[in-house]
Design a binder for this molecule. Structure first.
Ligand SMILES: Cc1cc2nc3c(=O)[nH]c(=O)nc-3n(C[C@H](O)[C@H](O)[C@H](O)COP(=O)(O)OP(=O)(O)OC[C@H]3O[C@@H](n4cnc5c(N)ncnc54)[C@H](O)[C@@H]3O)c2cc1C
Length: 311
């Protein structure tokens, strides 16, 4: 699928996507570790999907036919400029681990990203998902992003104001490639920022099944007042199992894969059951927060259109 020249400048391997997702589910694919900007044209000519740390993905057991592209070391960058007038610019490549960005900002006494502590992500995945916690969203701190928009051939910078971002959505079209971003951050006290980050991580560890493979929260919260986890708990579904997949007894909006034996069909059956029960018993349409690759389309259909399911 790729030329010899492309392969000399970018790594191409065959993988099982279960090894690249935090849920530990997903079949075979061709993985491209993309490093050479000069090869962008050839990459865009091939059917592709963008992958970060795989922390928000459910992938079919049959895998995917498109090339799965992760950004390589050339995009694993972080540059901090000295603060001027109490504000500093930080330039981050999309392959950078979000945790590393947060640690660098805390060490430099730059406030904001510590509010995302504990969210497993690459910078690119966090931009795409507008990852967030109870205190802030990724795009709160971003002044501009470097992207390749669908249908375009070259990277360009977009100002934050050009992105109609919302809850778990960057606001840019599906298929946009994020190459990096600039953050504009105010100065803060490193000790206080570190303490705030540690507090958020501790709260996550106390309320989420972090030791078991998962893709984080499966469903978006229907409203800020009704978190999906509370709703699923009220439906009595904690602990429900299909094959190797289970609704976490710790946090009902997590589907976990404790023995790493779950298939995509196991997880899909739980998703279907939860959505069906939420609709039939509470009249609420739960929408997926997790992105699905090559999974049954019915996972996204309105639950009133599904046949009644029993597990
Ligand atoms: C234990 C756990 C806890 C979590 N807690 C939170 C939380 O508190 N808040 C929260 O928001 N999320 C949370 N998540 C979900 C996940 O961390 C976020 O959605 C995160 O932003 C995913 O980043 P990623 O790099 O893993 O992206 P991936 O899962 O690899 O990809 C997610 C989407 O982004 C796209 N993408 C990835 N990289 C790029 C790129 N460079 N350019 C364009 N598109 C790209 C992919 O195509 C896909 O559509 C949690 C997940 C886990 C497993």
């Amino acid at each position: 699928m790729f030329s010899t020249d492309f392969r000399a400048k970018n790594q191409v391997t065959d993988v099982r996507l279960a090894t690249r997702t935090t849920m530990k589910v997903g079949g075979p694919a061709q993985l491209v570790s993309f490093d050479d900007r000069g090869s962008l044209g050839e990459l865009l000519d091939v059917p592709h999907r963008w992958l970060g740390k795989g922390a928000n993905l459910l992938v079919d057991d049959a895998g995917v036919g498109e090339a799965v592209v992760v950004l390589g070391p050339a995009f694993d960058t972080c540059e901090l400029s000295p603060a001027r007038g109490g504000v500093a610019l930080v330039k981050a490549g999309a392959a950078l681990d979000l945790a590393e960005l947060i640690a660098a900002c805390i060490a430099a006494g730059l406030a904001g990203p510590e509010g995302l502590s504990g969210v497993p992500a690459s910078v690119g995945g966090a931009l795409r998902m507008n990852a967030g916690t109870s205190t802030c969203w990724m795009l709160d701190w971003v002044s501009r992003v470097e992207v390749v928009l669908p249908g375009e051939r070259a990277p360009r910078w977009l100002e934050r104001a050009e992105m109609p971002a919302s809850y778990r959505d960057s606001g840019l079209p599906h298929g946009t490639l994020f190459l990096g971003c600039e953050l504009s951050l105010a100065e803060g006290d490193p000790a206080a920022l570190r303490a705030q980050g540690a507090k958020l991580k501790k709260a996550k560890a106390a309320s989420q099944p972090l030791a078991q493979p998962s893709a984080g929260c499966v469903f978006k919260n229907p409203t800020p007042e009704l978190p999906a986890g509370k709703l699923i708990d009220e439906l009595g579904l904690k602990g429900l199992r299909v094959g190797g997949a289970m609704v976490s007894p710790v946090h009902a909006n997590f589907i976990v894969n404790p023995e790493r034996t779950a298939t995509c069909s196991d997880v899909s059956a739980l998703v279907r059951t939860i959505r069906d029960r939420a609709w039939r018993e509470r009249g609420i349409e739960l929408r997926l927060e997790v992105e699905t690759w090559n999974c049954p389309a019915e996972l996204h259909a309105h639950p009133r259109d599904l046949a009644k399911v029993e597990v």
